[in-house]
Design a protein around this ligand. Structure first.
Ligand code: FAM
Length: 436
């Protein structure tokens, strides 16, 4: 059976040919337009990016290379005795568009384990970070510091041809994905625990289980949760802030480290990845305010309206593209129903799910009153003892790296150019609309 790189070498020529043909034969076909409202409105729905790895439907949610989340849960290889997909499997799927075999995933796990290990300057830098520095800032900085090992930079400087750029980008991407669990675990240990990782990477363990061990967790159920978590947060097509930023920075031929670090800075914003930390703090505040007991839907609704009326958003609800409950929310809810049905916080999260869509509909502003991925993840993590809210977005980031770096590899395969859309001024728009 071919390894990941061997399989990519087999697949790539046909895809390059297809894109070349599309560009020459249909290059002038219009796939989207842009209105004044869209230009001012964050380019919502403007079709102007190509991302191969996943696609988001407003009603159905994400499909990774054509597969829904339940299909991934069913078809991707699992750990022995496990029920959730291994993140290595989705990495393979996102890169190749194919479901890997068990043995291909095992080989990939071993390859990642071999690539793990941090240079000394990175470990000492993380250890020197003050505890007050947000873990996402630590993550972005650590990824930047790892850039000293970039194989793309080496290849570029030695004059490697453009059609080979993808190979060193793949190497860098696999290296950084392999190293991220240790980076994240060290940030965790440094910020909240005694400062050191005691687990040594085990080539016979999967990438995710090595990660949880380094963080100091060894429960089989938590391993399963993390495999699911690290699979479903990988990718959400190309226009979200972390994916688009990684692609944009990468389009300047910045390597995987520079591009990913930039993407992580975007993920750290409260309207994007940081929402998962905000959700748990918000939910626990609500729990405390309600006297840590079960209350009626009316009492809960009143408490939620209070925050809304004070001008705050309900974190974890709404989405720029989705118009239904996020399937990433649904699969986490199913995990909770299976493993922690009686957890008081899960019960509250469920009750919030019962009342918030109606509240946000009455509130009348948001285009989507349903929950997104972030509305559920914190509740699961805290159940297994991972209670440090500020750390949650780092887990999101470790997973997101898989998606955005797979996309970056394809940007290089297809030779996408530097991104440079045209901007206009308000004066230009004003005279344009008046000239009609
Ligand atoms: N609670 C209260 N108001 C909300 C709301 C919510 N959950 N979601 C949207 N709105 C408001 C929004 O602030 C805007 O108000 P203004 O016109 O006063 O500015 C209005 O409804 C229209 O917004 P929209 O078009 O429905 O949403 P956007 O596409 O502008 O924004 C989100 C999308 C996700 C940024 C927005 O829904 C939000 O702020 N949600 C809460 C934060 C959150 O959960 N973010 C995580 C998103 C997640 F999927 C991720 O990236 N990880």
């Amino acid at each position: 059976e071919p390894t990941l790189k061997e399989r990519l070498i087999q697949i790539i020529p046909a895809k390059q040919e297809q894109v070349k043909q599309l560009k020459t034969e249909h290059g002038d076909k219009i796939i989207g337009t842009c209105t004044v409202a869209q230009a001012y409105g964050g380019m919502r729905s403007v079709k102007s990016l190509v991302t191969e790895t996943s696609s988001l439907d407003p009603e159905e949610g994400i499909r990774f290379r054509g597969l829904t989340i339940p299909e991934c849960q069913e078809r991707l290889p699992k750990a022995p005795g496990g029920a959730e997909p291994l993140p290595e499997g989705i990495l393979w799927l996102l890169l190749t568009g194919e479901v890997p075999s068990e043995s291909q995933v095992k080989t990939l796990s071993k390859d990642l384990a071999k690539r793990a290990g941090l240079p000394k300057h990175v470990t000492s830098m993380i250890k020197a970070f003050p505890k007050e520095m947000h873990p996402m800032s630590q993550l972005a900085a650590a990824i930047l510091a790892l850039q000293s090992g970039s194989k793309f930079v080496e290849a570029y400087n030695s004059g490697v041809k453009k059609d080979k750029y993808w190979e060193s980008t793949l190497e860098d991407s696999l290296d950084v994905i392999a190293k991220l669990p240790e980076v994240a675990a060290l940030i965790y240990q440094n910020t909240y625990k005694n400062g050191d990782i005691t687990h040594k990477i085990d080539e016979n363990l999967d990438w995710s289980a090595n990660f949880t061990r380094m963080m100091g967790y060894s429960s089989k159920e938590f391993d399963e949760l993390m495999r699911l978590y690290l699979t479903i947060h990988t990718d959400h097509e190309g226009g979200n802030v972390s994916a688009h930023t990684t692609h944009l920075v990468g389009s300047a031929l910045s390597d995987s480290y520079l591009s990913l670090s930039a993407g992580m800075c975007g993920l750290a914003g409260p309207l994007h990845g940081l929402a998962n930390q905000e959700v748990l703090s918000w939910t626990m505040n609500l729990q405390e305010k309600l006297g840590n007991k079960q209350v009626s839907n009316e009492v809960l609704s009143d408490a939620i309206w209070e925050g809304l009326n004070a001008g705050r958003v309900v974190p974890g609800f709404g989405h720029a593209v989705l118009r239904k409950t996020d399937p990433r929310y649904t699969c986490q809810r199913e995990f909770a129903l299976k493993h922690l049905p009686n957890d008081p916080l899960f019960k509250l999260v469920s009750q919030i799910y019962d009342v918030v869509p109606d509240i946000l509909t009455k509130h009348g502003k948001t285009k989507n009153p349903f929950p997104n991925v972030d509305a559920h993840s914190g509740c699961l993590l805290q159940y297994y003892g991972l209670k440090e809210h500020n750390f949650y977005t780092v887990l999101f980031g470790v997973s997101r790296a898989i998606g955005v770096l797979s996309s970056l590899v394809w940007d290089r395969v297809l030779g996408h150019p530097i991104e440079r859309p045209k901007s206009v001024t308000t004066e230009w728009i004003s005279s344009f609309v008046n000239s009609d």
